[in-house]
Ligand binder design. Structure first.
Ligand SMILES: *[C@@H]1O[C@H](CO)[C@@H](O)[C@H](O)[C@H]1NC(C)=O
Ligand SMILES: *[C@@H]1O[C@H](CO)[C@@H](O)[C@H](O)[C@H]1NC(C)=O
Ligand SMILES: *[C@@H]1O[C@H](CO)[C@@H](O)[C@H](O)[C@H]1NC(C)=O
Ligand SMILES: *[C@@H]1O[C@H](CO)[C@@H](O)[C@H](O)[C@H]1NC(C)=O
Ligand SMILES: *[C@@H]1O[C@H](CO)[C@@H](O)[C@H](O)[C@H]1NC(C)=O
Length: 391
């Protein structure tokens, strides 16, 4: 059996040698890789680290996810380094290697994203990887990656917030004695029409660093993205409706103090609508323990609407109370001062009390809008100037 297998393999070898030349490119590569050790980094002999320079082309920038505290990014990660062992002998100016097995025989830096949650290299229709070496042994290793990177969102000023998200690229096993990362002269390549859902990319900054771990020191590259939230959506969906709801609650002050069904239903309806709106907003956000700008706003609107409802209760209570007083005083007075007409007395007494209730309503007509206006005068400059100071 083993004899036949040997004969079979021998036949294949012979036929392989006889039937046609290996392509010249393959021949060059096979020659180059004959005594190539994939475990040795390019500058192993000189005992120097290899410089790997990186450029990122940002294909798209996914929306920031407040609930999961992450963002997704679709990039072409381009790594360049020089491997003098792979300088092409012959006339070819560059060779592109497609074969994954051949690629696996060549040393590559083990780059990874430090703050990655999930990532994938695109495989449609072929692995989105470019591996090219040129005559002098410069290697370009480019791949398309979609990564979900963690980003800690600070939501104190939501929805007038600015966020800073980062990506940290480093080597997993190659210490800084083996690989040193550098940014290319233009580290980030951004398309002109880069759009990020709900955010504007104001700026970015790049940096190099070294991470000191117990397993060694690792060279790394850091990029920060400065993002500002677009407010149009929240202004239209939250601020305008709540302003309207609060204004509608003031209609109550123009109604008669005794219009119980009208004023109660107005107060309760506005309060419920506001509660529904607030719970809708809450669903979009993680349950953080601090107070956000939108909470301050919704809270104030709640207080305003609730205040209007309380004001009505007070007005109505006043009205009811004086009627009771009127009856007791009427009976008391009729017993003591029998001469006075009951009708006249009743009218006179009820006029005084109702006018107090009406006065309260009249004050509220001014007071409530003024309070809300003052709140607005404080609220908007506070959150908008903080936002401007940011950048
Ligand atoms: C193989 O290539 C060499 C030159 O590279 C050429 O001289 C020879 O004729 C080729 N052989 C065949 C079988 O094509
Ligand atoms: C890497 O870059 C540094 C400075 O940028 C340089 O001194 C060093 O020679 C480079 N290493 C190699 C192997 O080219
Ligand atoms: C390389 O190119 C030169 C001139 O361009 C030519 O004379 C030579 O034959 C070529 N060598 C090979 C191996 O093709
Ligand atoms: C190979 O690529 C490097 C980096 O892109 C470049 O500096 C060098 O000139 C190229 N060499 C040739 C022979 O094209
Ligand atoms: C890491 O860097 C520190 C400071 O530069 C140095 O003291 C230490 O020896 C380095 N560790 C390794 C494993 O190279």
């Amino acid at each position: 059996m083993s004899v036949w297998t040997g004969v079979f393999l021998f036949t294949i070898m012979i036929s392989g040698l006889a039937s046609g030349n290996v392509s010249s490119q393959r021949k060059i590569l096979e020659e180059m890789l004959a005594d190539y050790d994939v475990n040795e980094w390019p500058d192993f002999d000189r005992e120097e680290p290899t410089n790997v320079s990186i450029q990122m082309f940002i294909n798209s920038f996914g929306s920031l996810n407040a609930a999961n505290m992450d963002y997704s990014i679709d990039i072409f990660l381009r790594q360049h380094w020089l491997d003098p062992r792979l300088a092409i002998s012959g006339n070819k100016s560059s060779i592109t290697i497609r074969d994954p097995l051949m690629q696996a025989r060549i040393w590559k830096p083990d780059t990874y994203f430090h703050n990655v949650k999930d990532a994938e290299v695109h495989m449609v229709t072929m692995p989105n990887i470019q591996f090219r070496l040129n005559k002098t042994g410069h290697i370009l290793y480019s791949m398309r990656i979609t990564a979900e990177l963690s980003c800690h969102l600070e939501l104190e000023r939501f929805p007038f917030d600015s966020q800073v998200c980062y990506a940290l690229i480093s080597a997993y096993a190659n210490t800084d004695e083996i690989v040193v990362y550098k940014w290319q002269s233009n580290p980030l390549d951004l398309p002109d029409d880069l759009e990020i859902a709900q955010f504007d990319l104001l700026a970015y900054s790049t940096d190099t660093l070294t991470q000191y771990f117990s397993t060694g020191n690792f060279s790394g590259l850091l990029v920060h993205f400065f993002l500002r939230r677009q407010n149009g959506y929240h202004i239209l969906q939250t601020y305008v409706p709540t302003i309207l709801i609060v204004s509608i609650s003031w209609v109550s002050f123009w109604l008669d103090p005794n219009a119980v069904p009208g004023r109660v239903s107005l107060g309760v309806t506005t309060l419920l609508t506001l509660t529904t709106l607030a719970s809708g907003i809450r669903q979009q956000l993680p349950p953080v323990s601090y107070i956000k700008a939108i909470d301050v706003w919704v809270g104030m609107c709640m207080i305003m609407v609730f205040g209007a409802l309380l004001e009505f209760t007070l007005v109505n209570w006043l009205a009811n109370k004086k009627i009771i007083r009127l009856q007791s005083s009427t009976s008391y007075q009729t017993s003591s001062v029998a001469a006075k007409g009951g009708d006249d007395l009743g009218n006179g007494a009820s006029k005084t009390y109702i006018s107090q209730a009406r006065l309260l309503d009249r004050i509220s007509r001014i007071l409530f809008p003024v309070i809300f206006l003052v709140f607005n005068i404080i609220y908007w400059p506070y959150y908008l100037t903080e936002r401007l100071q940011d950048h």
